[in-house]
Design a protein around this ligand. Structure first.
Ligand code: SAH
Length: 267
């Protein structure tokens, strides 16, 4: 009898313990779901702000109306995963944020405008039925990996180079963890591009250069587009759109004033 009573007590205690665990797990799950929902709402508010800012400034390839695909891509990338835990509360503010090593993740508005200017396309089938390869994009300045993720969301293949080794390592791990399998990263000086994988449909430089690097122009396909901030370090620079025509001639247009961290390296 004693043995039976004892074991039924143990069973009851066991059930109570299991119920407590279940409640804890449920509460944690609900908290996470609410947090995820809040993040999604904040992200959408950020996308709306970016779209209206572009209209107000007449920014981007369509001079105001950003490509809906670009806005949708911005709406899918979890920017809070690209900043440190302490800055998550500000992840969906439309502003740049520090990512360590004196570098920053760009303002979402600037990321959107630069992406829009590149006019990259996913693969698929053209209207006449011919298959189209997904675009190949080279990025100089991986930083947090956020710009690369936004490009990847557009269905293109991304090659990205970062000169600060710990940032390159962190971004590589982060992009892998978040499932961005179409981004390949490397540590090095992006001034020289990545000729093994070129030529590219588009090139985006996310650090301010004193001039347009000739190796990058060479690695641009005919019909390709490059977006690059050019000007003095720690001052306002001009965002340039460099286009290589079918016949190989190159045109350059100033799109808007911007402020980027400098392109470094021994070039
Ligand atoms: N695109 C990034 C923002 C980058 S900030 C993002 O979405 O988070 C600019 C980055 O360019 C910095 O991380 C800086 O270390 C890097 N950089 C500067 N000069 C470079 C060079 N010569 N080659 C490659 N990366 C460079």
């Amino acid at each position: 009898m004693r043995i039976n009573a004892g074991s039924s007590m143990t069973v009851r205690r066991g059930w109570r313990k299991a119920a407590r665990w279940l409640v804890t797990v449920l509460v944690l799950f609900l908290n996470a779901a609410v947090a995820a929902d809040d993040m999604a709402r904040e992200r959408q508010a950020m996308v709306d702000e970016v779209a209206s800012m572009a209209r107000a400034f007449g920014a981007g390839a369509g001079r105001g109306a950003l490509d809906p695909r670009v806005l949708a891509a911005l709406g899918r990338v979890p920017r809070h995963e690209f900043v440190s835990g302490a800055l998550r509360f500000a992840a969906y503010a439309n502003r740049p944020l520090p990512i360590g090593h004196g570098q920053t993740i760009s303002q979402p508005f600037i990321v959107a405008v630069m992406t829009d200017l590149l006019k990259v396309g996913a693969g698929g089938t053209a209207s006449d039925g011919t298959p189209r390869e997904p675009g190949a994009v080279l990025e100089i300045g991986t930083g947090s990996g956020y710009q690369a993720a936004v490009l990847a969301e557009l269905g293109v293949k991304v090659w990205s180079i970062e000169i600060v080794e710990p940032l390159a390592k962190e971004a590589t791990e982060r992009l892998l963890r978040l499932g961005y399998a179409n981004v390949t990263t490397k540590f090095g000086d992006g001034y020289h591009g990545w000729p093994e994988h070129g030529p590219f449909d588009a090139i985006v430089v996310t650090a301010a250069a004193s001039h347009v690097p000739p190796p990058l122009v060479r690695q641009l396909k005919p019909g390709g587009r490059m977006v690059i901030p050019v000007g003095a370090a720690f001052q306002t620079q001009q965002l340039l759109l460099v286009e290589k025509r079918g016949d190989g001639t190159v045109t350059t247009r100033q799109m808007m004033p911007v402020r980027f961290v400098p392109l470094t390296g021994g070039h």
